[in-house]
Design a protein around this ligand. Structure first.
Ligand code: ACO
Length: 372
């Protein structure tokens, strides 16, 4: 075993097969380019595509939407429990715990057949926005808002959080961010979900593990750190000096670099366009100017392009959302991809159990406690 090839962080390792998405030749979900999906579809169509493997017909789409509306009910016991969680606990931690609690109330928890897994995933898609919005509104002392069946998924998500129907540009921008966040092959959180599913544990357990993995700042947690950085910089004139100093101090610039996109993240390019439009609508170009300067310097000095979290943080800021909602919003979308992978893993399962390279002490003789 000692001479076996070893790749730290599993970099470049093919760890399984998937038909859900590929990054070869541009990111595609089940064969469809994200450019086309972001331009002409909506998040719910994409979620349907990921879970059901084909784009929906109009009739299938209407049924899916109706099921989502019915499934958005969250047991009041979970909301009561949420009220008891201390206010300093982050929105992401509360979401992880409450998704786990949803499992206790799900009628199909231990049924891992594909129809049951699709049904559970559909319920999670409907319930997660309710949880995110409930925590946000409770924390701000605001009354909870009931979902509006007439709104799109993105429109409803914003409505549940803010209590206001969003303007069309806001709704489209949110929708595109959800489309782009929905799926990304064997990233850390999806892999975590697949590892859990490979033990034949239930879908909720796999999703909870994925949420935990997503929270970290090297993964989904980066979008919250990005806005903190932009706020730290403060004004366009300070951006160049700030970023040069940060790089000289070997500080990581959140929102840059990617394990698999060394030439650029195609999702970031699409979302930046929406940031430009939102900044124009707000008649405030300063955040885009700060971002452009940082982007240029990081590219010139380190050869690193931005990833999706770089524009998404600005986009959510333009939508007027609190920073601690950013990673939970990633969850609201990525749950579709995670569930598609859990289903795929369950359908063709082999326990994921790699080996490690041992670097600990050699053989040692044991001395009983009393003689040590
Ligand atoms: N800022 C400054 N330097 C960086 C950054 C960054 N954001 N990312 C990578 N580097 C540097 C590394 O320090 C390293 O430099 P060195 O060769 O001089 O030591 C070099 O670029 C290569 O980086 P690795 O760490 O080997 O790249 P890896 O593939 O392991 O990491 C990762 C990818 C974790 C995403 C990394 O780029 C990073 O930490 N980025 C910031 C966090 C972030 O934005 N995460 C979001 C990822 S996308 C998503 O989850 C949707």
């Amino acid at each position: 075993m000692t001479n076996e090839p070893y790749f730290p962080g599993l970099e470049g390792v093919i760890a399984g097969e998937t038909a859900v998405s590929t990054i070869s030749g541009g990111l595609r979900y089940r064969g469809y380019s994200i450019t086309d999906l972001a331009a002409d579809s909506g998040f719910l169509e994409v979620a349907y595509l990921l879970l059901h493997r084909e784009l929906p017909t109009e009739e299938q789409f209407a049924d899916f939407k109706a099921i989502l509306v019915e499934s958005s009910w969250v047991d009041p016991a979970i909301i009561e429990f949420m009220k008891s969680i201390p206010l300093h606990v982050s929105a992401m931690d509360v979401l992880r715990t409450c998704i786990s609690a949803l499992g206790h109330f799900d009628p199909q928890l231990d049924d891992d057949s594909t129809p049951a897994n699709i049904a559970k995933a559909t319920r999670l898609l409907a319930q997660i926005p309710i949880l995110i919005a409930a925590r946000h509104r409770l924390r701000h002392g605001l009354p909870l808002v009931a979902p509006d069946a007439e709104l799109s998924f993105a429109g409803n998500l914003l409505y549940l959080i803010t209590g206001r129907e969003p303007a069309p540009l806001f709704e489209k921008a949110m929708d595109v961010s959800l489309v782009l966040y929905a799926e990304h092959e064997f990233n850390a959180s999806t892999f975590a979900a697949r590892v859990v599913a490979s033990t034949e544990a239930d879908l909720h357990s796999a999703i909870v593990a994925a949420v935990g993995a997503l929270k970290g700042p090297l993964h989904g947690g980066a979008n919250e750190r990005v806005l903190e950085v932009l706020q730290e910089v403060g004004r366009p004139a300070a951006a160049e000096a700030w970023v040069r100093q940060a790089l000289a101090a070997r500080r990581k610039i959140m929102g840059f670099g990617h394990r698999v996109y060394k030439q650029g993240d195609p999702r970031a390019v699409i979302l930046k366009e929406y940031c430009t439009r939102l900044a124009r609508a707000a008649e405030d170009p300063s955040l885009e100017q700060i971002a452009d300067t940082i982007e240029q310097v990081v590219r010139d000095e380190k050869g690193l392009p931005p990833n999706l979290d770089w524009p998404s943080a600005r986009l959510y800021h333009y939508l007027g959302l609190d920073v601690d909602l950013y990673t939970p919003l990633f969850v609201a979308s990525r749950v579709a991809g995670w569930a598609a992978h859990v289903i795929e893993q369950a359908e063709n399962n082999r326990l994921i159990r790699p080996r490690s390279k041992y670097v600990g002490p050699g053989d040692r003789s044991f001395t009983p406690l009393a003689k040590r």
